[in-house]
Design a protein around this ligand. Structure first.
Ligand code: ATP
Ligand code: MG
Length: 344
């Protein structure tokens, strides 16, 4: 569709297309994000899942314009649009405004993002000063309100404590409060619960879910756990070797995965094995971003590999009868027809 005739209504909140984020290091170029396209609608939750090293954090950092450079480079042809406005190549002042008012990110390990020598309350106050220009008593009152909103127990007491006096779950709540201080329209949560026990993990995800509904905020949830993402998100994008390999509604992807990699991810979820059997693992190791395999990047580990897979890289192919896509030759019309013939 012509950009000019696009209306606000069909404009996504966030639209990433053909994003390539490479890292130039002494040992070569890591193609960490290699042609990622994804869309997040207003108020929607999209999950981004995949094994360690597949490029999830780099995708998020690219959206936040926080990729360290050097060694990072966002390649020409990459596009990141927020409410229709291109952010790749935008001026630093515009990007600061985006990070301060429109998009917030919470990181993998809250202890590294909180300053250990400052009290929790003063760190939230500082975020409020920075993003909303609040000062003094007003800032302190809003900070306590935010700490209460993220259901930190005894917010007035915790306000005066240091990060090390809080549990991991409480620290993550403080991080969420700080992320909310700018009233973002999109919250990127990068493995927000990885370091937490299962019960606390469920509470934090429940909290994010409530906040999303109450504030009408969109969430991009990054996780290596497809189960977590399926429970929390409307849609899921599965990432492998710097690319999206499957995309669709969380329920469909979780219950009927199409890409062999997604099937492997699901089989390796602890709840999925029958009692007494070993956890299934995807054979082989995740490839290195310096040397992605030729053809389909998953083919060396795939149980359904065909000759074509080693030679030719598949595109994200639409799956007939649904709004889903999978980057797999099994979804090509020829393969599907051949399958039908064999059945006949
Ligand atoms: N500063 C850097 N210099 C060189 N390579 C890097 C740098 N940061 C990340 N990478 C590489 O980029 C690739 C993608 O990393 P990224 O952090 O996005 O993975 P991820 O999917 O978030 O993994 P995890 O689940 O472990 O957090 C990895 O292979 C990583 O080794
Ligand atoms: Mg990561």
């Amino acid at each position: 569709m012509d950009i000019v005739t696009r209306t606000r209504a069909d404009e996504a909140l966030l639209e990433v297309s053909e994003l390539r984020t490479y890292l130039h290091t002494r040992t070569g170029t890591a193609r960490a994000v290699d042609g990622v396209s994804l869309r997040v609608e207003r108020g929607e939750s999209l999950g981004l899942v995949g094994e360690s090293g597949c490029g999830k954090t780099m995708t998020a950092l690219s959206v936040m314009a926080l990729v360290p450079s050097p060694p990072g480079e966002i390649l020409p042809g990459s596009s990141i649009r927020f409410e229709g406005e291109e952010l790749v190549g935008a001026a630093e002042a515009r990007l600061r405004r985006m990070r301060g008012n429109e998009v917030s990110m919470i990181f993998q390990e809250p202890m590294t993002s909180l300053n250990p020598v400052h009290r929790v309350g003063s760190q939230v106050v500082e975020a409020l000063q920075l993003h909303r220009g609040l000062r003094g008593r007003e800032a302190a009152a809003v900070a306590v309100e935010l700490l209460a909103e993220v259901r930190l127990p005894d917010p007035e007491v915790r306000f005066g404590e240091y990060p090390h006096q809080l549990s991991g779950g409480m620290r993550q709540r403080v991080m969420i409060a700080m992320a909310l201080s700018c009233e973002p329209r999109l919250l990127i949560a990068d493995e927000p619960t990885t370091a937490l026990d299962v019960t606390t993990q469920a509470q934090i995800l429940g909290l994010l879910s409530d906040l999303r509904q109450r504030r009408g905020m969109a969430v991009l949830l990054i996780s290596h756990d497809l189960g977590v993402v399926a429970e929390f998100c409307d849609r899921v994008a599965v990432m492998y070797a710097g690319q999206i390999v499957e995309e669709g509604s969380a329920q469909e992807v979780f219950h009927h995965p199409r890409h062999p990699y997604t099937q492997g991810l699901l089989a390796s979820l602890p709840g999925r094995r029958s009692r007494g059997t070993r956890l299934a693992v995807i054979p082989g190791v995740a490839p290195s971003p310096n040397l992605w395999p030729h053809g389909c990047r998953f083919h060396p580990r795939c149980a359904f590999v065909m000759d074509r897979c080693a030679e030719q890289a598949p595109d994200l192919l639409p799956i007939a009868g649904s709004e889903r896509t999978a980057r797999c030759w099994l979804e090509s019309p020829e393969t599907a027809a051949a399958r039908e013939d064999t059945r006949a």
